[in-house]
Ligand binder design. Structure first.
Ligand code: HEC
Length: 105
């Protein structure tokens, strides 16, 4: 029985861990890219360049700014479609976990 435990824990971790493709990219695409794209780079920011998981380490400064605006609730601006609090939490948790992981290296 105990021999199954590591596998069970691993599976549980896979189920609960936030992921870039599930929790980050879709929200950015749906609630940010409408204003932050190559044509309409609001605040001089094209978020289409942020839809790849590799950018989290490659462009951490940019992601820190994104996380700060989302955490503060100032992006997306009031009156625009935004993610649910649960989705927002998952996105911020994913980013913070990644930043923490980079800092431990
Ligand atoms: C309705 C249009 C609109 C939407 C939707 C929107 N933004 Fe913005 N954003 C702006 C405008 C306009 C600015 C520039 C004014 C300002 O800084 O508040 C801006 C500025 C920013 C900045 C600051 C740029 C910098 O580097 O100084 C960040 C970061 C940002 N937005 C992130 C986001 C994120 C993340 C989302 C989605 C969760 C989002 N925005 C959704 C219009 C939008």
């Amino acid at each position: 029985m105990l021999r199954c435990l590591p596998i069970a824990l691993f599976a549980a971790n896979l189920l609960t861990a936030a992921s870039f493709d599930k929790d980050v990219a879709p929200l950015i695409r749906e609630t940010c890219v409408g204003c932050h794209n190559e044509k309409l780079a609001s605040g001089n920011l094209n978020l289409k360049g942020y839809l790849d998981t590799a950018t989290v380490s490659a462009n951490r400064q940019g992601w820190e700014r994104i996380a700060a605006r989302i955490r503060a609730g100032s992006m997306p601006p009031l009156g625009n479609a935004r993610a649910t609090p649960e989705q927002t939490d998952a996105l911020l948790r994913y980013l913070q976990d990644e930043f923490d992981r980079f800092d431990r290296r």
